[in-house]
Design a binder for this molecule. Structure first.
Ligand code: ADP
Ligand code: MG
Length: 403
């Protein structure tokens, strides 16, 4: 069944109605200061549309990983402040999740008001495996928007989680996909059906184990699968090469060997590597051939030849999905590989290719390397959710909107 969208809800009319919105406002914080407001900005269109239509908006979101109890360091206070700036209107922050303060404030809302509930993960029932516990929290959330309330799911970064504010509330209220969730799902659909070829996928980042399932799912469907980042060393080791003290997941070597046997014709590994004598911004570094990583040195980036070779493959592609940096881009010395690959993808976009960046660190790399955000067709806000979709898994937070 088709998912109802925010537009359907607006057409039905929301003036004076309580609307519960689940957004993904999980931004990186450094001592209480938001270092990348991307997810807040991406959440604004849905909230704004509801406010302008006169809804009483009750917003719920999480921040970080509190241990199921209030943690002042993970309060949504800085988020409320930034969101108010972006919306150009007041955003109230409740002092609790679904407690007395949230209830009193929700009863006092007038049309067009926005109330942000405190970090939903302060309540242990949010992520509980027990359906009854999650159900109770969901009912308390529903109480805040009243009997004629509605639920808008707009937190794409959490739709792969069966959690109270993502999944269970949708079973209790009329439910709609927000603009962000609808846009993300549309993009993922384009990456899995009638994909224009050549189709290139670039995978990097730190752990192979996180991305094995997506390699398995995508390798048979793509023309080019480029592997860089910390995960390439397990593949190099699978070819019998020495990797020094680079990141290595020994227990995955056998699996990587199997992938190389089956998909060797589409998988491209780096042939040169930037190695460092330690994991630090000021490490001593040099470029070596990928089959000559010296003992005691660690690979922190793909080398310049590999960046050029990968770049050439990517500029020719008509569809590109990129997840995971090619090196430790946080250190300027080891950012060139990621920059090279990202620039090639921007060129592909300029030539009319459909290009998607998924993954929190990859999106952060695009911004911190100063690349134009419009150099990509889409920058996803949800790494885990995108990967699970591409793996062919059902996303509970999407499936529930279909019912
Ligand atoms: P994303 O969030 O985009 O999915 P990941 O979380 O999988 O990406 O990985 C990002 C991290 O991988 C970055 O912090 C980066 O520093 C790290 N990384 C990339 N290459 C290496 C490497 N060669 N050695 C160690 N860490 C690496
Ligand atoms: Mg990450």
């Amino acid at each position: 069944m088709a998912v109802k969208t925010l537009q359907d809800l607006l057409d039905e009319g929301v003036e004076g109605r309580g609307v519960l919105v689940r957004s993904d406002l999980n931004v990186p914080l450094d001592n209480g200061v938001i270092t990348d407001p991307g997810r807040i900005i991406a959440s604004v269109p849905t909230i704004k549309a509801l406010v302008e239509a006169g809804a009483k908006v009750v917003l719920t979101a999480h921040l970080g990983r509190p241990k199921g109890e209030p943690d002042p360091a993970l309060s949504l206070a800085p988020v409320a402040e930034r969101l108010a700036q972006e919306l150009g209107r007041n955003v109230q922050l409740a002092g609790d999740v679904v407690g007395q303060d949230a209830l009193a404030r929700s009863e006092g809302l007038t049309d067009g008001d926005v109330l942000l509930l405190e970090n939903i993960r302060f309540d242990p029932r949010e992520t509980s495996k027990d359906d009854a516990a999650r159900g109770k929290l969901a009912r308390a959330l529903v109480e805040l928007v009243g009997d004629d309330g509605a639920f808008v799911s707009d937190g794409f970064g959490v739709v792969h989680r069966k959690q109270a504010s993502v999944y269970d509330v949708a079973e209790l209220l009329p439910h709609y996909a927000g603009t962000l969730v609808a846009a993300e799902v549309e993009v993922l659909r384009k990456l899995t059906t009638d994909t224009e070829r050549p189709y290139a996928v670039v995978l990097g980042g730190s752990k192979v184990s996180d991305k094995l399932a997506v390699i398995e799912a995508l390798a048979p469907k793509v023309d080019t699968l480029v592997i860089g980042g910390g995960m390439c060393f397990t593949f190099l080791a699978a070819q019998g090469l020495p990797v020094g003290s680079s990141l290595l997941q020994e227990e995955m070597i056998e699996t990587c060997r199997g992938l190389l046997d089956r998909y060797g014709d589409v998988i491209h590994l780096p042939r040169d590597i930037v190695v460092a004598d330690k994991f630090a911004a000021d490490a001593e570094s040099k470029v070596v051939s990928a089959n000559e990583i010296p003992d005691g040195w660690m690979g922190l980036d793909i080398g310049p030849d590999s960046a050029a070779r990968f770049g050439a493959l990517l500029t020719e592609a008509r569809t590109v999905f990129w997840n995971g940096p090619m090196g430790v881009f946080e250190f300027e010395k080891f950012a060139a590989g990621t920059r090279g690959v990202a620039e090639a993808i921007v060129q592909a976009t300029e030539k009319g290719a459909f290009t998607v960046v998924g993954g929190g660190d990859s999106a952060a790399a695009v911004r911190s390397l100063g690349l134009p955000e419009d150099g990509f067709s889409h920058i996803s806000t949800g790494g885990g959710a995108s990967l699970e979709y591409l793996e062919g898994k059902e996303l509970p937070g999407i499936a529930v909107l279909e019912g």
